[in-house]
Design a binder for this molecule. Structure first.
Ligand SMILES: Nc1ncnc2c1ncn2[C@@H]1O[C@H](COP(=O)(O)OP(=O)(O)OP(=O)(O)O)[C@@H](O)[C@H]1O
Ligand SMILES: [Mg+2]
Length: 455
């Protein structure tokens, strides 16, 4: 390891002396300070790789000092030290800028581990940024799987025209992202893009939201109101959760689309509109149409082109790309350099994702928040597979990695053996497997059938 340039700030001279001695014995450079002002001055003028600040510096708050030092040297690995370890202090330190949190007194061994983490952090900061490839923006659609290529092609084909598009797909598959992409790539891109969640309004409210109303059109309509359709003139209206609307609303919407004009509630005047309609649904259109819960005529108006977004589990190859994308975004937002172990990415790729890309995004953010050492590791992800709320045990089982599945199976068999007092025939029966299958499984899972009693 290249020597680290360490700065320690602690109002106890003993701590300073000890840390300096150990770091120097390990070949690092170490400057210690009993007072904040001198430390700040030093850090302003010198490169630093690791900053260790005591949480309570007499009257001074160590976290505040650490934040100031980080502003001066964003590449230094920031650690808060404290003799009073608690969840509260840890949470505060980590949420307010420390990347690492350690308890005092430190041993030489702990300090070597800290140095290794700081070294890893330093290496990350030095990773060259590839200059030619622009960083994907917030609205970028990530994925190179064949199914996503089909989606891109569809977006490309429809964007330039004015046709209505119905975007379908399970929750969290990226429907809104696709709608935005269509707008972005259309001639209307400088006009407004207006998403409306049709599911969150009653019929009357939705009507007045979309079409507007005149003053006094209904009780509570104290003033005239411009509807979102008119407000989106020259742009795109995105009707999300379109299947949550009533049949009578669907008739009214159909008329607006057909006639390209809108009439505010309580008015007899029609205003011509120039709005492109995009709609989305996460329901099964086919069965809604069959059960007459969605009007066929509106369906054909909206679904001139239909884009179906595949569930994430049908494009697992994209998961590593998505994970890196979300992690990069997290790091940018928080000024951190959290990395992820390839083994952890691999496990994320195997898991079940009923909430699709949105769930993956939330999981990556959560993992990153709880990775104070700056790396998301395999055990972190394994813990995540068990975090699911109660009652979703079955889902967790499938979500689990092969190793974890084996462990669960092992525990299950042991439990049944316990219940049957070690009776193997009975255990096999309860497990729904043959006796010799039980033997084979026991061997593979390292279960000692002898030890569980011979009956
Ligand atoms: N291919 C993708 N690349 C990058 N980010 C994605 C992708 N797909 C989805 N996301 C992200 O996942 C989240 C959910 O996407 P979006 O809101 O578009 O899904 P949705 O299908 O509209 O979900 P819902 O039905 O729950 O409203 C967003 O934060 C979005 O940025
Ligand atoms: Mg959505």
């Amino acid at each position: 390891m290249e020597p680290l340039r360490v700065v320690v700030i602690d109002d106890e001279a003993n701590t300073c002396t000890f840390l300096k001695a150990v770091f120097e014995a390990e070949g690092h450079g170490c400057h210690t300070f009993l007072r904040a002002e001198e430390a700040e001055q030093y850090v302003a003028n010198n490169q630093v790789d690791l900053v260790m600040v005591d949480m309570y510096l007499g009257a001074l708050n160590g976290i505040d000092l650490l934040q100031r030092l980080r502003a001066l040297r964003p590449n230094a690995y920031p650690i808060i030290m404290t003799a009073n370890v608690s969840v509260e202090t840890a949470a505060r330190a980590l949420s307010e800028g420390a990347v690492d949190y350690v308890s005092k007194p430190l041993t030489a061994e702990q300090m070597r581990a800290i140095a290794a983490r700081a070294d890893g952090f330093r290496l990350q900061q030095r990773q060259p940024v590839v200059p030619d490839i622009p960083e994907p923006s917030d609205s970028a659609i990530i994925g190179r799987s064949p199914k996503m290529l089909e989606v891109y092609k569809a977006i490309g084909r429809v964007a330039a025209s004015n046709v209505s598009v119905l975007i379908t797909g399970a929750s969290g598959t990226g429907k809104e992202l696709v709608a935005r992409a269509i707008h972005q790539h259309s001639k209307r891109k400088d006009g407004p893009f207006t998403p409306v969640n049709c599911g969150s309004f009653t019929e009357t409210l939705l009507e007045s939201e979309l079409f507007g109303h005149e003053k006094g059109a209904f009780t509570g309509a104290a003033s005239a109101h411009l509807g979102l359709v008119e407000a989106s003139d020259g742009g795109t209206l995105f009707l999300d959760e379109i299947t949550e609307t009533t049949l009578s609303f669907q008739v009214k919407l159909l008329r607006v689309i057909q006639e390209q004009q809108v009439r505010r509630v309580g008015s007899n005047k029609y205003t011509p509109i120039d709005v492109r309609m995009l709609a989305a649904s996460n329901r099964d259109m086919g069965s809604l149409l069959k059960q007459n819960q969605f009007r066929e005529d509106l369906y054909y108006r909206l679904a001139v082109v239909r884009i179906d977004l595949p569930p994430l589990e049908e494009r697992r190859d994209d998961i590593p790309l998505l994970v890196r994308h979300f992690l990069r975004r997290f790091n940018e937002k928080n000024g951190l350099g959290v990395t992820i172990d390839p083994a952890a990415v691999h496990l994320l790729q195997q898991m079940r994702w009923p909430g699709n890309v949105r769930e993956l995004e939330n999981t990556v953010n959560r993992l990153a928040i709880f990775a104070p050492t700056g790396e998301i590791t395999l055990p972190d992800v394994e813990a995540e597979t068990q975090r699911t709320p109660e009652g979703e045990e079955a889902a967790v089982l499938v979500a689990a990695a092969p190793d974890r599945l084996m462990e669960l199976e092992r525990q299950h068999i042991l439990e049944i053996l316990k219940q049957t007092g070690g009776n193997r025939s009975e255990a096999a029966r309860r497990l729904g497997i043959e006796r010799k299958t039980l033997y084979r499984k026991a061997l593979r899972l390292g279960i000692d059938l002898q030890a569980t009693g011979d009956k």
